[in-house]
Design a binder for this molecule. Structure first.
Ligand SMILES: CSCCC(=O)C(=O)COP(=O)(O)O
Ligand SMILES: [Zn+2]
Length: 216
């Protein structure tokens, strides 16, 4: 999962926009196949270079994305109309962390439910699960990983500022956060790593929900 496939590497070298588009379209199919982006929910982005990302347009079916559903956006310029309503959340993350290569947002049932269960605390803490090692840099099930939970908001510019202020000061941060009653944002250095993180989050959130409901 860590090394890009040969085809992905060739496209990256030749055409970084096409590579970013390919990562986003593949992620959309992966998420749709698992029921994580129902009814056009979710939004996906991948970095092109230090200044640009590819991001989904608003309302696109994430399971059937084509290049026409994707916009190339400069991170340091005003956002054009028609982008995902949540594009400010993507842009703020890329600007805050130059190592991020892709950000995928899903509305999986586990994320929506776990976010509401933990909204009052403002954080969901993962600990004791071997699958935590699917997150980059985590080497033990004993690691304590915090997943911040934010109140949902339709003002995604203000929400992005709130998220980034909190993430800067969050110790032991997992590669993602939850929006209450809404879903999960996850990131990684590449599209493949971000998909691995999404998949790990999905199982870990299901385990956590079951554990909270019925601890042994
Ligand atoms: C259809 S779900 C409500 C909007 C949302 O939360 C989402 O993820 C999709 O919004 P977008 O503007 O990116 O299509
Ligand atoms: Zn959403």
């Amino acid at each position: 999962m860590n090394a890009p496939a040969l085809n992905e590497q060739r496209v990256t070298d030749a055409d970084p926009v096409a590579s970013a588009q390919q990562q986003v379209m593949a992620a959309g199919q992966f998420a749709a196949a698992r029921g994580w982006v129902p009814a056009t929910s979710g939004n996906f982005s991948a970095r092109v270079d230090a200044d640009r990302i590819v991001v989904t347009r608003s309302g696109a079916d994430k399971g059937a994305l084509t290049p026409a559903d994707l916009a190339v956006v400069n991170l340091r310029e005003p956002l054009p109309p028609g982008l995902s309503a949540e594009a400010p959340l993507h842009v703020a993350r890329y600007l805050a962390d130059a190592s991020i290569g892709a950000i995928f947002h899903v509305h999986s049932p586990a994320a929506a439910l776990a976010s509401r269960r933990n909204a009052r605390h403002g954080v969901l803490t993962l600990e004791g699960w071997e699958l935590q090692k699917a997150f980059a840099g985590v080497t033990s099930h004993l690691a304590v990983l915090n997943v911040p939970v934010f109140a949902n908001s339709q003002d995604t510019v203000a929400l992005a500022a709130e998220v980034e202020a909190r993430l800067q000061n969050q110790a032991d941060l997992a590669p993602g956060y939850l929006l209450a009653g809404h879903g999960l944002y996850a990131w990684g250095r590449t599209g493949r790593e971000t998909l691995r993180h999404l998949e790990a989050f999905d199982v870990l959130l299901q385990l956590q929900l079951e554990w909270e409901r019925n601890p042994l």
